[in-house]
Design a binder for this molecule. Structure first.
Ligand SMILES: Cc1ncc(COP(=O)(O)O)c(C=O)c1O
Length: 392
């Protein structure tokens, strides 16, 4: 089937955090929104069909996961990442965040340190802080125009209180797909120092041509036993509202800790029936959709790159290897964080994510979500150019 990613959905029938909430916040119905990590595309047909089948029966009771659900997940990881996982390693969470919370609570004490590699999704710091743990930033560094880990800084930041690394792979916002060598280096340091790896791999399906996502737990048995992988169909298949994600670990102790946390938080009973069926359909039947999607998204990246090259050549554009984000350096404008926010929201009337909220290394950068029809993206870029021209 050929999917039409140019289709602009009828917004009058939608109510989303990405668009409608921002329009309300800014009191501006003409805003263009490239922020929140959702795509503006219709879901893949097999997912729509699977949900429709449930709706047609009209029974929405507590669901049960059949063997076909597990086979779909196990098959995806084997096929796409060459990672062999077993059914008993797979548990669920409503989304990635409650699983963060469970492992921070179950594996660390108040006052312990958790390492993150900034700039990174703002919720990492938020959850660590909310749980009374200490966030230790190990900022990424830029070498030859590319983001890499700062290994020396990582080692220097480890203390007896460092218990957990929350890794983001593929990385949001910079779009890196960490290589086997990079992951091995990080994983070995964690093993040496007794640091558990909580690996957020929510963007795992969204790789650009030439890149393969490597789950860090697939590096070796030893690393697998020291890792919890958080994955989901949510970002890759544009089903964030269906609230169903995966908590995968080979380590039996971590499995038990997690089950105990589910009990403590009253989350052990029942999940979203739509999340179940969508997950199975996504992992079993949507390879074609995601391949077409990533070709389209890569085209959008080239649109951004060419536009900036011609119209705002001072902007440094970082080429993503995964995700539907482009990370752009606007530091040349010399604006403060609030001035840059106002430049986009008030002058350009576009919503983008501001890098300063993503920790050290983010200030002066923005993240544009390019998971949208090309014509919307082009309108947004034109608005940014117009606002820039007004500055001169
Ligand atoms: C890195 C990262 N992890 C987790 C999430 C949350 O994903 P979900 O709500 O689909 O579980 C997001 C959402 O933007 C994200 O960017």
């Amino acid at each position: 089937m050929k999917y039409n990613f140019d289709e602009v959905l009828d917004r009058s029938k939608l109510s989303t955090m990405k668009w409608e909430a921002q329009m309300k916040r800014k009191n501006d119905d003409s805003l263009l929104c490239f922020g929140t990590a959702d795509m503006d595309f219709k879901s893949a047909q097999p997912i729509i069909d699977a949900i429709q089948k449930v709706v047609d029966v009209g029974h929405f009771g507590y669901p049960y996961k059949r063997q076909s659900y597990y086979d779909a997940i196990i098959g995806w990881f084997k096929r796409r990442c060459n990672w062999e996982i077993r059914q008993e390693w797979i548990a669920n969470s409503l989304s990635i965040y409650p699983a963060f919370q469970s492992f921070i609570d179950g594996l660390t004490e108040v006052g312990d340190e958790v390492i993150i590699q900034t700039p990174v999704h703002f919720v990492f710091e938020e959850i660590i802080h909310a749980n009374g743990r200490i966030t230790v930033e190990n900022p990424l560094q830029i070498k030859d125009g590319k983001y890499i880990f700062n290994i020396e800084d990582f080692k220097a930041k480890i203390s007896p209180k460092t218990k957990l690394l929350i890794l983001c792979n593929p990385q949001n916002p910079v779009g890196r797909v960490w290589t086997r060598e990079e992951l091995t280096e990080i994983a070995n340091i964690c093993l040496q120092h007794g640091i558990v790896i909580l690996s957020d791999e929510v963007y795992m399906g969204l790789t650009y041509e030439g890149y393969t996502h490597i789950p860090i737990a697939s590096i070796s048995k030893e690393v697998s036993l020291n890792t919890i992988t958080l994955a989901s169909p949510s970002k890759s298949f544009n089903v964030t509202g269906l609230k169903h994600s995966l908590v995968i670990t080979e380590n039996q102790k971590f499995q038990e800790i997690y089950q105990n946390e589910l009990l403590k938080n009253d989350q052990h009973f029942g999940e979203s029936i739509f999340g179940h069926v969508a997950t199975e359909a996504a992992f079993a039947h949507c390879d074609e959709w995601i391949e077409q999607l990533m070709t389209y998204v890569e085209g959008n990246y080239h649109t951004v790159y060419e536009f900036m090259k011609i119209n705002l050549p001072e902007v440094k554009v970082y080429k993503p290897e995964s995700t539907y984000f482009v990370w752009l350096d606007f530091n040349f404008l010399g604006m403060s964080d609030s001035e840059l926010t106002s430049f986009f929201e008030d002058q350009a009337r576009t919503i983008v994510n501001q890098g300063y909220s993503l920790g050290t290394g983010g200030s002066g950068f923005i993240r544009i979500n390019i998971g949208c029809p090309k014509q919307i993206l082009e309108q947004g870029l034109q608005r940014i150019k117009n606002a820039y021209d007004q500055l001169k």
